[in-house]
Design a protein around this ligand. Sequence first.
Ligand SMILES: [Zn+2]
Length: 329
Amino acid sequence: MLDDMPVQTVDEGYVKLKTLASGISLTDVLMYEGKIPLPVPSSPVIIGHQCVGMITEVGEGVAALSRGDRVAIDPYVNCKNCTPCKENRNDECEKLFCYGIDDNGFMSDFVVVPASIAYKLPERVTDSDAVFTEHIALSINAVSKLNLENGEHIVIVGANALGIILAQVALYYQAIPILVDTDAAALAVAEELGVYYTVNSVEADPMKKIFSITGGRMADAAAFVATSHMSFGRSLDYVKVGGRVALTGWSKLSEDVTGSFSGILNKQLKVFGVNNGVRMFPSAINLLATRTINVSRLIGREVKFEEVDKAMSENAEGLDRFVKTVVKP
Ligand SMILES: [Zn+2]
């Protein structure tokens, strides 16, 4: 539904941008379907937490950005007051706020945000590519928290856009990703992007394949993509005794992660969650600019604002599968 929103003022420390591109993410689709509670249930809500824009107005006290700059917006704002924030672990903030989930998001012509979450884009990063900055930032956060060492095997369960980006980030960290999914087309794209080991769990038993790829040791680590349709419990089977497992993606999914979790105890796994890429935006933009991460095959259709409703219901029916619909006003 399109709506006219009141004009927002640009306070000190804030910038106003004209939206150039945003993305329809799985979270948006789940909200559309009513599977995630809306932030402000009784009032109109603007979805979207991925945004690329051109700065049109700069509030007082903003020195690093000026009119005409093209920026990607990190949708997360940390509180700056809790213990993790004070200890410079912003991504573990106790009151992390996300635009498009906790409040109105970015799918409108203009948005006003704190300058601190707007990151300048180099010219060679296109608007559509930059929509994936958040996925890349989250992937960097997950992979660095998994402490992957050179040549370690990491099983990535779920080959949607986030899973395929996670695999590319793992390669960049010189680990060996093994991507598991049931979608042959998604796995084929990952292979084209340099992911050597993929397992189609419809055609092959992932346990056997991972056993053989790792020479019987099983994987050192696993990343489970929470927004995928795969089983979390089964992904615990793919790692070695004492292995590390990251549950990645958005956490407010109403459908619980499934499976038996006895592997956590039996194999003394280290399991943790990563739901944001706070602080990682500059690194993520750098990986896009140097073409270390290639997202061109993950861009699906480009739609206009008035087509978002239709695109949402088509996304809900699974039409776009692993590719992302990019919205351009
Ligand atoms: Zn905090």
